[in-house]
Design a protein around this ligand. Sequence first.
Ligand SMILES: Nc1nc2c(ncn2[C@@H]2O[C@H](COP(=O)(O)OP(=O)(O)OP(=O)(O)O)[C@@H](O)[C@H]2O)c(=O)[nH]1
Ligand SMILES: [Mg+2]
Ligand SMILES: [Zn+2]
Length: 336
Amino acid sequence: MRRYGKHTDEDDIRSRPNRRGNRPRTHIRPKHEDAAEGMVLTVDRGRLTCLVDGRTVLAMKARELGRKAAVVGDRVALVGDLSGKKDTLARIVRIEERASVLRRTADDDDPYERVVVANADQLAIVTALADPEPRPRLIDRCLVAAYDGGLSPLLVMTKSDLAPPDQLLDLYGALDIPYVVTSRAELEAGDAADRVREHLDGRVTAFVGHSGVGKTTLVNALVPEELRRVTGHVNAVTGRGRHTTTSALALPLSGAGGWVVDTPGVRSFGLAHIDPSRVIHAFPDLEPGTEGCPRACSHDEPDCALDEWVAEGHADPARLYSLRRLLATRERTEGD
Ligand SMILES: Nc1nc2c(ncn2[C@@H]2O[C@H](COP(=O)(O)OP(=O)(O)OP(=O)(O)O)[C@@H](O)[C@H]2O)c(=O)[nH]1
Ligand SMILES: [Mg+2]
Ligand SMILES: [Zn+2]
């Protein structure tokens, strides 16, 4: 029987040479050398659905992983029954290093950060132009989380049949974020999906936003028909109302490669863990101006060198204003 303690089999050999007697060394292999590679598609009460060689395989975390949790988008190594047949359960023995992490906490004082999605390239911040009303502070917070986690943001404004996008576009213009505006009619005609898809091909994009903004509606328009999920519309009939989606799920884009990750609606986006120096990387036009800043400058304090630098004409004041608005979003409580 193989042991799954905290040592590798090779460590065992070094520390207890006699126990293995004369067994030829060639039989000793690094632990889980033959594990298969997979990607986590969804997590439900400790059971992880993984894509392995084109099959979906249900798995659980091996005990040796300890407290480390695998999340949607994680690349993992699996052993055990990888047939994907009913009632089989594989084991995840390793979580590979993550290229990006989208983190949030329940609120800003919550030290427990959860990783929402791993390895996403892009964060689609979905906001309805009405019903529900846009909440710029939530958008700002999602932007900060994207910049902090190494994801590039995409702004998706839905329900333009109900209200115009002008005010929001003004607010985010200086941030130079790619954006798409969609309406009910465009959804039905398929143009909404086409225009969103231009930003998604070949990438892993996580869709986040308040409940009811139309994340699942949009994701459904982007993936093969048989993979579609339930949206608010259907559930309104059964009277369940808001918070239709209850778990994150990665779905393959139809057509060209790439993945979309649909996530449950959020009311807030806690940023307890954010490091301002990572956020400023998203502002390459301002970053050189921070050289004159005091140590550990928050870039939102009187001694910050950015004011003078911008006043000297090195960058657009609107950019500094936007950076400050994003950084300050950590200190404010979330309202509108
Ligand atoms: N008028 C209008 N309604 C839309 C549009 N897009 C989506 N909706 C509707 O908005 C409602 C909510 O859509 P969902 O896709 O379930 O919203 P969600 O963001 O996934 O919500 P949660 O899963 O609760 O987070 C549904 O009734 C959709 O039909 C749009 O462009 N215009
Ligand atoms: Mg949904
Ligand atoms: Zn500064």
